[in-house]
Design a protein around this ligand. Structure first.
Ligand code: TXA
Ligand code: MG
Length: 322
């Protein structure tokens, strides 16, 4: 149990019918709870309640211009909130439930139902149907759309274990359901998709190649070429950051650096001794948490190949090192 200075307690509970029912009761009461998903732990609250959504922003100290992903139980729940073009529908059929968030235009019905704080005033909304059995059980039992950012203080490393949540948000959230370590370990791929085409806003477990193969076309050109268009306001240059400085592509660790290795480069820790990128993704944030807690003053990490999910790993490392 973690307590803040005012005596507010954070409880980590193993998932069982009792703790699930307790989480659902909190959500119905307009409170936020931390839950495992297949990517990272999320801090969930009722997306239709502005006071519940405000609790998320407050607990994380998150800037209010950074919109949230809304998690739904299935495609039909999503279709009540956002407009699904043919391409979007195809993506949902193929990749949901799973680590893909789709940014689609808000429908009138969705606009009326969602708290405006969820979308930070945008005309689009990010929707995801997660695969983790605990998150799915809570979505089904609560019958609520759940806004859920990663369950960490804004800007810090995302949590892939229940204890990481308590370490970051201890005393700021009442309940953490413990579903063990997250299988993917990196946040969902975010894709913006409408009738015109699609564009990846945040690389993740579902790769550009997989999406392009399914839809049979290429990604749209980058609208960030126009500086007035903000597409993913949360994708700040500095993000996912440990408290110590991080040096990427390091092959020559200094005496005061904790080296995170990969494959044959052993290091103080190793993301995957067999050079398996999926394993490396699953271990990345836990390794950064360990590096932060180590006795060394700084962190260094060896080069990670830029293929498949390695692209998402390098994206997070770049922001963590910024
Ligand atoms: O795997 C995940 O996606 C995790 C789990 C908990 O589901 N959630 C997560 O949420 O990573 P968060 O809040 O840490 O990241 C959400 C990202 C932010 O960068 C935000 O700016 C972007 O999604 N986003 C949300 N709504 C958007 C919208 N309408 N347009 C563009 N970007 C949006
Ligand atoms: Mg986050």
């Amino acid at each position: 149990m973690t307590m803040n200075k005012d005596g507010f307690k954070t409880q980590i509970k193993a998932c069982d019918t009792h703790s699930l029912a307790e989480a659902v009761a909190y959500l119905h009461a307009g409170r936020a709870v931390a839950l495992p998903t297949e990517t990272v732990y999320g801090l969930a609250a009722d997306a239709t309640s502005s006071s519940a959504v405000a609790e998320i922003y407050r607990a994380k100290n998150r800037p209010s211009f950074n919109p949230l992903i809304v998690h739904v139980a299935d495609q039909s729940a999503a279709a009540g909130i956002g407009y699904f073009s043919q391409k979007a529908e195809k993506l949902a059929q193929h990749f949901w439930p799973g680590p893909l968030s789709m940014v689609v235009p808000l429908t009138d019905q969705g606009k009326a139902a969602m708290s405006p704080a969820v979308t930070a005033g945008l005309e689009t909304i990010a929707l995801r149907c997660p695969a983790h059995p605990v998150m799915r059980a809570v979505l089904e039992q609560s019958a609520l759309p759940l806004a859920a950012p990663s369950a960490n203080m804004s800007g810090a490393i995302s949590p892939t274990e229940a204890q990481h949540v308590a370490d970051s948000l201890g005393g700021r959230v009442a309940l953490v359901l413990d579903g063990g370590a997250c299988q993917q370990g990196l946040e969902s791929t975010i894709i913006s998709v409408d009738d015109d085409g699609w564009r990846i806003l945040r690389p993740g477990p579902i790769t550009r190649e997989e999406i392009s193969a399914l839809l049979g076309d290429e990604e749209k050109p980058d609208p960030n070429a126009d500086p007035d268009t903000v597409i993913s306001p949360g994708q700040l240059a500095s993000h996912y950051a440990p408290s110590k400085t991080l040096r990427c592509n390091a092959l020559d660790p200094q005496a005061d650096e904790w080296l995170i290795g990969f494959g044959e480069i052993e290091g103080d820790d190793n993301l995957s001794p067999t050079s398996d990128l999926a394993e490396a993704a699953a271990n990345l944030y836990a390794a950064l948490h360990r590096a932060d807690a180590s006795s060394k003053a700084r962190i260094a990490i060896v080069p990670i190949p830029l293929t498949g999910i390695g692209i998402a790993i390098n994206d997070r490392l770049k922001r963590a090192a910024h």
